[in-house]
Design a protein around this ligand. Structure first.
Ligand SMILES: [Zn+2]
Ligand SMILES: [Zn+2]
Length: 279
């Protein structure tokens, strides 16, 4: 599978020279299967550029998978140009848990008086699958959801193809069990042996004293999860809006020191807008 990140920021898009490396767009991942299906995970502000890219490529058939309804994960939807073309076919999947329907959740991003264009202006053929099933099959890829520990709930996902495994857990608080979510051990089991884990790493320990219960993890907790689960590669994700590039680099350095002291082979990096990975 091929994975490209179009937004790794959490909570709100940011811009400025201090953010050039890791980027300012909020959550959006593009995943391409071996059988050439295009899967989009989340519709944060990163989906705008992805839409332009897909139009240039002349691709019109997509599956969108949503983690949850918080603004930073859906606010880019009205700016995803393919939705205004009748050539576009989109299949939207999501296990809603505490949310309303997928259509309701997305149409809210364009609801008056907060947006000038009505949801009815969409020309794409969109189908919604509001189901909490055990797994989805997309071409050659098997996708398994897991409930997140997050306010208002949400889903994380495991993507498996050709013996390779990628786990995506953003907006998951390992240090606090939210309603509908699981405890640390369940996420540990879910991640066991993954080739790649991309996990929420929003806070440092000092910040967490004030933000416990807000739905995000301390980066050292995400690292601990990766080490204990025997993951091969951990990508830190959902960068705080106040976190400058140099500070994210320092978090990665700290993680690498911890890994070296433990003597494991785990690789650690921070996901940037533009990061491309092949498994
Ligand atoms: Zn978020
Ligand atoms: Zn959230």
């Amino acid at each position: 599978m091929f994975i490209r990140c179009w937004g790794a920021r959490g909570s709100i898009p940011v811009s400025g020279r201090q953010y050039l490396h890791y980027g300012g767009n909020t959550t959006c991942l593009e995943i391409r299967t071996k059988t050439d299906e295009i899967l989009i995970v989340d519709a944060g502000s990163g989906i705008r550029e992805l839409g332009n890219f897909l139009l240039k490529e002349n691709r019109h058939d997509f599956t969108i998978l949503l983690t949850h309804a918080h603004w930073d994960h859906i606010l880019g939807f009205p700016f995803f140009k393919p939705i205004y073309s009748s050539k576009t076919k989109i299949n939207i999947w999501g296990c809603l848990l505490a949310q309303t329907s997928l259509k309701e959740m997305l149409s809210r991003t364009m609801a008056p008086p907060n947006f000038p264009v009505n949801f009815d202006a969409l020309r794409a053929n969109i189908s919604y699958q509001n189901t909490c099933i055990e797994s989805y099959q997309l071409g050659s890829m098997m996708i398994t959801p897991i409930a997140l520990s997050h306010p208002n709930q949400g889903s994380g996902y495991k993507f498996k193809e050709n013996g390779k495994c990628f786990v995506f857990l953003t907006d998951n608080e390992l240090g606090f069990r939210h309603e509908g979510g699981y405890n640390y051990e369940t996420y540990l089991d879910f991640c066991r042996g993954a080739d790649l884990l991309i996990h929420d790493a929003e806070y440092n320990e000092e910040e967490y004293k004030k933000t416990r219960g807000w739905g995000h993890s301390v980066y050292k907790d995400a690292l601990k999860l990766a080490m204990e689960a025997g993951v091969k590669k951990i990508g830190l994700f959902h960068h705080n809006q106040e976190r400058f590039d140099a500070e994210i680099d320092a978090m990665v350095d700290d993680c690498r020191e911890i890994i070296a002291r433990r003597g494991t082979n785990l690789e650690c990096f921070a996901v940037a807008q533009g990061t491309e990975l092949t498994l």
